[in-house]
Write a new protein. Structure first.
Length: 188
């Protein structure tokens, strides 16, 4: 399911439009004082600028280095968003920013994987399952990032799972069988 050029261009335009709409939505919330989250606004701004520049200043499918270029764009975008996590303020980092960070990391790994596949491993360019996985996952991550920037909620439950796992690990008590058989070495 490796996307054709026309569908790829359409999806690229849709994603750029989505990030621009997320930026405009967060600007509107800031202007109407409905929400005052500078971290989310900064993240929306960086994502819109990153995706607009990577989409409009790069010739789609022009070279085999396309995926590496997108990898670099995502790393630079992550570095631009990183100060949000370093700023200590009364408010914590919003779910939208966390989702964008997770999405960019996933996309970066996939872009690098596609680059390695096309340049070093699969030089004859025979389609295989990773290309379909890449196409679906990158587009779903982009969509999740757009929605997360607009609604600013834990839309997939990732943060809930993280909190639950953290709570369970902090309150971990080995069961009697586990504690006796696996954790404690009894003296003979």
């Amino acid at each position: 399911m490796y996307f054709e050029k026309s569908l790829g261009i359409f999806m690229g335009a849709f994603v750029v439009w989505g990030f621009l709409m997320a930026l405009f939505f967060n600007l509107m919330l800031k202007a109407y004082k409905a929400k005052n989250d500078p971290k989310l606004l900064w993240c929306s701004f960086v994502m819109a600028i990153s995706y607009v520049t990577s989409d409009h200043f790069f010739d789609f499918f022009s070279t085999i280095e396309t995926y590496f270029t997108w990898f670099v764009y995502d790393i630079v975008t992550l570095l631009a968003i990183l100060p949000v996590f370093l700023i200590k303020r009364t408010t914590s980092v919003s779910p939208g920013v966390i989702y964008v960070t997770i999405g960019l990391v996933i996309n970066s790994i996939l872009f690098l994987g596609m680059h390695i596949d096309l340049v070093y491993l699969n030089v004859d360019s025979q389609p295989w399952w990773f290309w379909s996985f890449y196409s679906i996952t990158v587009n779903l991550c982009d969509l999740a990032m757009i929605v997360a920037l607009i609604v600013d909620k834990d839309i997939l439950g990732i943060l809930l799972i993280k909190r639950t796992l953290k709570k369970q690990l902090l309150n971990f008590q080995p069961s009697s069988w586990f504690g006796n058989k696996c954790c404690h070495i009894e003296a003979s």
